[in-house]
Design a protein. Structure first.
Length: 218
């Protein structure tokens, strides 16, 4: 049974109130709809969400009709998963922002298939090999290449450490905040259900919340 619009609206409101209690700054909420149906995507939009996040390129293509509908009503669709270069073509015309860009070959393919797309470049600030993201020292070149290719670098994104250790998480998020400040980037995209409070306290301007709003994934 799919969640009702009213239930989703209440959960979005509760999360938003929590965020407001931790920060006086504005924090945008990305409702993560991966593995959920097209009906849920439409319900999330009807509940007032302004940004949704999807993780799998093939799934975005399968939900194309619903995504077209919500984008026409002003909802921003963000791709937040690891992206293979050969899957970029599946996202063309369906995604407004890609928030997991971490290498030059991916920048080049996005510029070719999706000109002028907004990017949040992903940085690996935990040193974990299984985490996506470029190393901090590679970021200047990636920013420069993205701009040269005509893409719009809005900000940076990262994923917190697998260990969920609070101090390690704070340090990882703080490093992204400092990098964003260094390069004059407004968006700091980090924080999920498990580390939401830490992310907001460490200056996140955009958080990605799935299960806390939509429940277990299908």
């Amino acid at each position: 049974m799919e969640l009702s619009v009213a239930t989703i609206r209440d959960r979005i409101s509760n999360i938003s109130q929590q965020i407001e209690s931790w920060s006086r700054s504005s924090v945008d909420l990305v409702v993560v709809t991966k593995t959920h149906s097209s009906e849920v995507v439409r319900n999330v939009a009807a509940a007032g969400a302004r940004v949704i996040g999807e993780n799998y390129a093939q799934e975005v293509r399968e939900k194309a009709a619903a995504i077209d509908d919500i984008r026409s009503s002003g909802v921003d669709v963000q791709f937040i998963g690891q992206l293979q270069t050969n899957k970029v073509r599946l996202l063309a015309g369906l995604v407004d922002c890609i928030a997991s860009v971490d290498r030059a070959s991916l920048v080049d393919e996005i510029a070719k298939r999706m000109p002028n797309t907004r990017l949040h470049l992903q940085v690996n600030t935990t040193g974990e090999a299984n985490k996506g993201g470029c190393l901090p020292e590679a970021l200047p070149q990636l920013i420069e290449r993205s701009i040269e290719r005509g893409l719009v670098v809005e900000g940076l994104m990262t994923v917190g450490p697998t260990s969920a250790d609070e101090q390690t998480t704070r340090e990882a998020f703080r490093q992204v905040k400092e990098l964003a400040s260094t390069f004059g980037l407004a968006v700091r995209n980090y924080g999920m259900s498990g580390d939401l409070r830490i992310a907001v306290e460490e200056g996140s301007t955009m958080v990605r919340i799935g299960s806390a709003i939509l429940g277990a994934r299908n």
